[in-house]
Each structure stands twice: as C-alpha cells, then as structure tokens.
Design a binder for this molecule. Structure first.
Ligand code: AMP
Length: 179
C-alpha cells in the first residue's frame, strides 16, 4: 500500500464508530455514518475502491441491501457502468432468482432480477462490511447462476478476525478498513 493510500485509510478508520450491543446484545456494530457524512471521506472511500476496478472492464456493479446500496451506485457512476440491486425476499417486482443462506440464527433469502445480468458480464459485488462472508457468498451464487463473472468483491470494512475472506479464495476481495 502506498503512503498516501495508507494515510487515507487511517483517516477513514477514525470515522467508523463502534456501537456496542447493536442491533442485539454482544454485537459490536461498525457504524459508517460518520464517514458517510464527511464529504472528503465519502469521496476518498469511493475513489479508492473505484481505483481498484478502473481497468478491469467492469460491466455492472451489484450492491447488497441495505448498506451496500449506499456505496455501490457511486462506484457504478465512477466506473461508468450500471447498478444492480440484490434485495431481501419479496422486494423486487419482476421475475427473480433467489438464494437462501444460513445466518448465525436462522436463514435469510436474497433476490436479484433474472434479467439484471447478461451471460459473460463482468461484475463487482459491493457491500459495506465483510463479516463471516455468508451474505456475499450468497450474492456470488446469484450472479453466477445468471451467467455473470465475478471479477471482484469490494467492502468498505472487513472484520478480518472472522475469516470471511476464506470463502472467496477464487476471487479478488478488496476492503479498505480492516479490524
Ligand atoms: P456476513 O454475511 O457475516 O459477512 O455479514 C455481512 C452483513 O452483515 C453486511 O451486510 C453487514 O452490513 C452486516 N454486518 C455484520 N456484522 C456487522 C457489524 N459488526 N457491524 C456492521 N454491520 C455488520
């Protein structure tokens, strides 16, 4: 990492706030809203992520509901491509492809429009935070079922101690701020 980038990432880290016991007891929530409301930090975060993918011939940016929707359209705009939402079950109006995956307690279902990605399209998947990687792995499955090629995954924050990255050995995973 070059010195400028490292200094920028350190500034971003200072703007991520720990909120204990949210949304439930025992979870240390990484709140990115102080970073988002800071104009320089918001620009730097999206610029740094966009730089990684600028010469990778990306066709679509796929964002994961809900905090993944904040950065992904900005990244799509910067890369000059479109944005595709992956949403929780029942929210997308047209024909969907869906995937159910395990959470710590129970299961969740995510959906994508069947016509959102064409065969062979080069895709970046974006979310605010990589924890265990279960959510992003489910989205990789959705994109690949539609014939998309996952060129990379981008996260603002990575909880590296949870080893979520291990699930993505075949893929390029980029995160800015690591804990
Ligand atoms: P996972 O599937 O375990 O990688 O969880 C990732 C999803 O859960 C992301 O969409 C995050 O927004 C959210 N998430 C998990 N843990 C945290 C945390 N400690 N702080 C904020 N968001 C989290």
């Amino acid at each position: 990492m070059c010195a400028d980038r490292a200094a920028g990432v350190a500034q971003l880290k200072e703007l991520i706030r720990d909120v204990p016991d949210f949304p439930k007891k025992g979870i240390l929530f990484k709140d990115i809203t102080p970073l988002l409301k800071d104009p320089q930090a918001l620009r730097m975060a999206t610029d740094l992520l966009a730089d990684v993918f600028r010469d990778k011939k990306i066709d679509q940016v796929v964002g994961i509901e809900s905090r993944g929707f904040i950065l992904s359209p900005i990244l799509a705009y910067q890369l000059g491509v479109g944005f595709v939402p992956v949403r929780k079950k029942g929210k997308l109006p047209a024909r969907t492809e869906s995937v159910t995956y395990d959470l710590e307690y129970g299961q969740d279902t995510l959906e994508i429009h069947q016509d959102a990605i064409e065969k062979g399209m080069r895709v970046v998947i974006v979310d605010d935070l990589l924890a265990t990687g279960g959510t992003a792995e489910a989205v990789v499955q959705l994109v690949e079922r539609l014939g998309g090629r996952v060129v990379g995954l981008a996260f603002l924050v990575e909880l590296a101690f949870l080893n979520g990255r291990e699930r993505f050995k075949k893929y390029d995973v980029h995160s800015l701020v690591t804990y």
